[in-house]
Design a protein around this ligand. Sequence first.
Ligand code: C5P
Length: 222
Amino acid sequence: MKKISIAIDGPASSGKSTVAKILAKKYGFIYCDTGAMYRALTYAALRFDVDFEDDAGLVALLAEQPISFKAAETGQRVFIGDLEVTTEIRQPDVTNAVSIVAKQPLVRQEMVRLQQKIGEAGGVVMDGRDIGTQVLPNAEVKIFLVASVTERAERRYKENQEKGITTDFETLKKEIERRDYLDSTREVSPLVQAKDAVLLDTTGMTIESVVAAIENIVNTKE
Ligand code: C5P
């Protein structure tokens, strides 16, 4: 398998990381969950008391508490400095604040730089909001994954239940809509489909069929 780059973008809970993980494993590629990086910085801001709007302060925090990943059977473990935050970054306090941190221009500039470094040698599956447009504009394969908001909320509800996180379905749906709104309307690199990305609506599709659809697209690039 040639060491290509696969960029997967889309709104919240559209299944990006689930399929990205499976594809990375299949191809023996690096998997990079860029959302986890914004989440880790948000968690660090909460813990070290840095304001979510303090762009320069957040970048300084990122330098003091560098984000790192360790591959694990379940995907990847996430660290800030020496502290593991894999579980903490999925909690509602982080989820509800992350879009504010992610719209800060200097934060984005630094994150994009870090992500480009991770992807520079190719052989990567990277998921996020601006991978096809900003981070890896030359990626050989670009996918834009969408699904209805009801289905995305249902998936997230089940996932939360499995993790023992209690959530109200309607609240979850509203939170997803709010995050999509913030991510799509921010000034710096908003969530948009790259011109050369393939749109895949996964409403009603199984994970296996989404993976197969992307594999078909990858095969045309071989
Ligand atoms: O992918 P996930 O839902 O974990 O991402 C969390 C948040 O991080 C998004 O709602 C968005 O605000 C931000 N994000 C971003 N750009 C990326 C990845 C994530 O702005 N490339």
